[in-house]
Design a protein around this ligand. Structure first.
Ligand code: SIN
Length: 359
């Protein structure tokens, strides 16, 4: 009798445990599948003490440790991690971008991947985000995230930024928004965001054009849409590329001459971005070198170091006559990216100008 009651109790317990496990499994199965691609940066950095917020070492913590440091992530997504690179982002190069873009496209082509988070150093984060914005072939969310404080710092911003980024990458609302940057509870479009402060945690800003949303309580709230083409609407395809055309930036300032332009052309630049003062003005001592470069086939994009506003075509220079292209509102560093990709398709300046008004 005692034996029978014990057996019944055990059976009931097992049935209960089985139901509990099935419910948990069903819950996990419903969560989005997000892959975290780690590339290094301060988010993976460590300092000597908890108050070390400058002078730390970037890119030391591996992706699994980053994920384990935020156990809350497991409640909102099924995450897997890959260590793609382990570098400080000032060392990010075209070759890294091609590897990263191909990996992102391969992962997003899999039906069991819902979104991607890329952890990245903040110094060139906006450039990687814009590059991916132009070459990712999927509407699924891609979120680039970093932190300003190393993982060992008091009030490190990496864990909350990563948690927000995973939530965003797994959100159906984020589908079709292009590549996004999630930092400091804000969502920025890759095209418009820039790092605007050397050290503070609110450094990522979309300044005049504005961020596209917030993340609050892990949920994205969108307020704007990006009007420029990106991802699946982009004409650029890096799937068969092993290198990108050499494009460099020549910075203008009072008293600037032609040394940088001549040196860059001599070093093989196929395109040059003139980071001009004001509305992309051409200093008299620089202009002849740019004109000579153009006559040798180098494509010249006039941009502005100002950071805001449209560089007016035929404004500060007669672009039609000079056969130059203007950058529209793109910063010099982002104009460099678009010009590199443009040169993979054409060297026709009319077509390249169309691209600058499209992306
Ligand atoms: C880096 O860009 O790798 C270092 C700086 C940072 O991540 O904030």
């Amino acid at each position: 009798m005692l034996h029978q009651s014990f057996t019944r109790a055990m059976a009931a317990l097992f049935a209960f445990l089985f139901l509990l496990a099935s419910a948990a499994q069903a819950q996990t199965a419903k969560l989005p599948n997000v892959t975290i691609l780690a590339t290094g940066g301060t988010i993976a950095g460590t300092g000597a003490t908890s108050t070390t917020t400058v002078g730390y070492t970037a890119a030391t913590v591996g992706v699994q440790a980053l994920i384990q440091a935020v156990p809350e992530i497991a409640k909102v997504a099924n995450v897997s991690g890959e260590q793609v690179f382990q570098i400080a982002s000032e060392n990010m190069g075209n070759e890294h971008w091609l590897i990263l873009a191909k990996r992102v496209n391969a992962l997003l082509a899999q039906p069991n991947v819902d979104g991607i988070v890329i952890t990245h150093g903040t110094d060139t984060l906006e450039e990687t985000a814009y590059f991916l914005n132009l070459v990712v072939k999927s509407r699924k969310p891609v979120v680039v995230v970093g932190s300003m404080r190393p993982s060992t710092a008091l009030s490190a911003d990496g864990p909350i930024n990563l948690y927000n980024a995973v939530n965003l990458a797994g959100s159906p609302q984020a589908v079709g928004k292009g590549v996004m940057v999630a930092m400091n509870d804000q969502i920025h479009a890759a095209r418009d965001v820039t790092k605007a402060n050397t050290t503070t945690t609110d450094t990522f800003r979309s300044t005049e054009l504005g961020m596209i949303g917030y993340i609050q309580g892990g949920k994205p709230f969108f307020y704007r849409d990006v009007t420029r083409k990106h991802t699946v609407e982009s004409e650029f395809d890096v799937s068969k590329l092993d290198a990108l055309p050499q494009v460099d930036v020549a910075y203008a300032y009072a008293n600037v001459g032609d040394v940088a332009v001549k040196a860059l052309v001599a070093a093989g630049a196929r395109g040059l971005v003139h980071a001009g003062v004001g509305n992309g003005s051409l200093p008299a001592k620089t202009k002849p070198a740019l004109v000579a470069a153009r006559s040798q086939g180098v494509v010249i994009v006039r941009s502005a170091r100002v950071g805001q506003g449209i560089v007016a075509r035929n404004g500060e220079a007669n672009d039609d006559q000079l056969d130059f292209v203007v950058s529209d509102t793109l910063s010099p560093q982002k104009a460099r990216i678009l010009l590199m990709l443009a040169l993979t398709k054409t060297s026709n300046t009319k077509d390249i100008q169309r691209m600058f008004y499209t992306y």
